[in-house]
Design a protein around this ligand. Structure first.
Ligand code: PGA
Length: 258
C-alpha cells in the first residue's frame, strides 16, 4: 500500500497567479521520483483548473464536495470535479464541521457520494478537546456515522485522516502537534472500528494518516512511531520547501518500513 501525503491549501492563496506560483514551486520540489508514495494537492476550487496542468507529480484533490448537482446554490458537484480532473476529495474537515455547519449526516452523504462516483476520499475525524480522554469516543462516533453502509470494495479508495482539532496549527488556543505515541493509539482504535464494521481483511486497504501541525521535523516520528500510512499537511504545504522535506521524510520512512 502506497503512503499518502495530502496538501490542504485551505482558502489560500488569494490570487490565481499566487496559486500557480505555489503549484510550480511544489512541482519543482517534487522533482525526485517518489514512486513509493502518492501525493495529492488540494487547492481551493477556483484554482483547480489553473493548477492542474502544472502538477504532474501530484494528483489533484478538492477540499470538499457536495453530494449531487442541481439546484444547490454555491455547491460544487461530483460531476464538476470529475470534469476538472479531480481524483481525490477531502471530506468532513474539522474546519468545515466547525465553521460551515457540516454535520455527521452531511459528511456521511458526501463520503458515500464521493466513493460511489469513483473518487479517493480522505475522511477527516478528530476530537476538539485535548484533555478528557474523549478522542476514541468522538472518533468512534464520527467513523460509525460516516462509514456504515459502505461497500467493502470501496475501502481501497478510502483514507481516514486522524486530525485532533486542537493540534491543527491554526486552531485558536491550540496545543500544537499530537505526540506520535498518542496518534498511534488512536490509529489502533481506528483499525479496530474499521475491522468491526467490515472485517479485518476487508478493512486492511483503508489507509490511516495523521494531520495537525505536521512539519519537516516531526514527519518521520509520525511515520515510524505513529505507524501512519501518511500525513495531511495544512500550513506547511503553503511552503514548497517545507512540503518537499515532508515528502522526502515520508519517502524515506516508506523505504525503511517496506
Ligand atoms: P496544519 O493543518 O498542518 O496547518 O495543522 C492541517 C489540517 O487542518 O488539515
Amino acid at each position: 500500500m502506497k503512503k499518502l501525503i495530502v496538501a490542504n491549501w485551505k482558502a489560500n492563496p488569494e490570487t490565481t497567479e499566487k496559486a500557480k506560483a505555489l503549484a510550480r514551486a511544489t512541482e519543482r520540489a517534487l522533482s525526485s521520483a517518489y514512486r513509493n508514495i502518492e501525493i495529492v494537492v488540494a487547492p481551493p476550487f477556483p484554482f483547480l483548473e489553473r493548477v492542474r496542468p502544472i502538477l504532474s507529480r501530484a494528483r489533484l484533490g478538492a477540499q470538499d464536495m457536495f453530494w449531487t448537482g442541481g439546484a444547490y446554490t454555491g455547491a460544487v458537484s461530483p460531476g464538476q470535479l470529475v470534469a476538472l480532473g479531480v481524483s481525490s476529495v477531502i471530506i468532513g474537515h474539522s474546519e468545515r464541521r466547525m465553521y460551515m455547519g457540516e454535520t455527521d449526516a452531511t459528511v456521511r452523504k458526501k463520503l458515500h457520494a464521493a466513493l460511489a462516483r469513483g473518487f479517493c476520499a480522505v475522511l477527516c475525524v478528530g476530537e476538539r478537546e485535548r484533555h478528557g480522554g474523549v478522542a476514541t469516543a468522538v472518533v468512534g462516533d464520527q467513523l460509525a456515522s460516516a462509514l456504515t453502509g459502505l461497500k467493502k470494495g470501496q475501502l481501497t479508495r478510502l483514507a481516514i485522516a486522524y486530525e485532533p482539532v486542537w493540534a491543527i496549527s491554526t486552531t485558536p488556543g491550540g496545543a500544537g502537534a499530537d505526540t506520535p505515541d498518542s496518534a498511534f493509539r488512536v490509529r489502533l482504535y481506528i483499525e479496530k472500528v474499521l475491522a468491526s464494521l467490515f472485517g479485518a481483511r476487508s478493512a486492511k486497504p483503508a489507509r490511516v494518516i495523521y494531520g495537525g501541525s505536521v512539519a519537516p521535523d516531526n514527519t518521520a516520528a509520525y511515520m515510524r512511531e505513529g505507524k501512519m500510512d501518511g500525513v495531511l499537511v495544512g500550513g506547511a504545504s503553503l511552503d514548497a520547501k517545507a512540503f518537499s522535506r515532508i515528502v522526502a521524510e515520508v519517502a524515506r520512512s516508506a523505504t525503511e518500513i517496506a
